[in-house]
Design a protein around this ligand. Structure first.
Ligand SMILES: C[S@@+](CC[C@H](N)C(=O)[O-])C[C@H]1O[C@@H](n2cnc3c(N)ncnc32)[C@H](O)[C@@H]1O
Length: 274
């Protein structure tokens, strides 16, 4: 599948991605944290980005809120999560209401490429395992810069790819699984630099991705067995396709074609609010 060319295609990709990550299937397969390394890598990203208790943090593509809740607990900062999926946002707000840091965290629906926040309204932006799914990466990067105060920090983590991928890893599933439009890490850094960020750290965490792929393969087998035993109902799930896809992804990770990296920077003083 080629990068989205029209506004309609782009809207469809965002909705498909949000729908998958709102589904019970995704939760069963991935748990609450929808990125490699779970909250341990979120903690690392928060440390590298220099989060502090007096910070206002925006978590872009916040999923079910796991990272935002964790960051509020870990760093004592205020976190606003924004996600394209209304069901994700509802669930995340329900979860936030039930925890000790409820006063620090809230979630709203929105699009990373057109953030509905004022210029310079945050001290840091976090975006985990989602930038590669945004059809217009340049727009998203410039929105990150716009909503940050001068000197504000960006902490991005994402899937990286270092070359063409096999046919089994193409199509809509690949897009949604963040693979189809994953880019070399230098390209992500380039988008950030183009939006006015000084990229200060790039840290590979390919092992976290390999571990996630192994977990997903194991859980897929478990789910298939449960469905066969009629202990679980997952209509419209093509297990053969999912297993083929997971196998091809694991191989691509092993061969170094797919990886996972943290990218951290700061928005330049004159670019924070253009
Ligand atoms: C792989 S999940 C990552 C979720 C979360 N950051 C985490 O690590 O647990 C990708 C998320 O991106 C969201 N998303 C996709 N396109 C988006 C967009 N244009 N704006 C905001 N959120 C988007 C999806 O709804 C989904 O929750």
């Amino acid at each position: 599948m080629q990068p989205a060319e029209s506004a309609a295609e782009s809207a469809e990709l965002k909705s498909c991605c949000a729908s998958l990550y709102q589904s019970d299937f995704a939760r069963t397969l991935l748990g609450d944290s929808f990125h490699p390394g779970g909250v341990q890598l979120t903690a690392r990203l928060g440390d590298l980005t220099g989060l502090r208790s007096d910070f206002r943090v925006l978590d872009v593509a916040s999923g079910k809120g796991e990272s935002a809740l964790f960051l509020a607990r870990q760093f004592g900062c205020q976190v606003t999560g924004v996600d394209f999926g209304p069901e994700n946002v509802r669930e995340a707000n329900d979860r936030a209401g039930a925890v000790q840091v409820a006063h620090l965290v809230s979630f709203v629906e929105g699009d990373a490429e057109r953030l509905d926040f004022s210029d310079a309204s945050f001290d840091a932006v976090i975006c985990e395992c989602a930038f590669c799914t945004f059809p217009d990466k340049r727009a998203a990067a410039s929105e990150f810069a716009r909503v940050l105060r001068p000197g504000g920090g960006i902490g991005l983590s994402d899937l990286t790819r270092s070359g063409p991928l096999p046919a089994d890893l193409e199509g809509l599933l690949a897009w949604i699984a963040c693979i189809a439009d994953a880019r070399p890490v230098e390209e992500y850094a380039g988008y950030l630099a183009g939006a006015g960020f000084d990229v200060t750290t790039v840290e590979p965490h390919n092992n976290a991705l390999a571990e996630m792929a192994r977990d997903v393969q194991g859980r897929l087998l478990g789910l298939e067995l449960m469905v066969k035993l009629k202990k679980l109902d997952l209509p419209n799930t093509d297990f053969e396709q999912a297993k083929r896809f997971a196998r091809a992804a694991a191989k691509a990770i092993q061969e170094g074609l797919l990886g996972y990296s943290l990218i951290v920077g700061q928005v330049g003083a004159e670019n924070g609010c253009s």
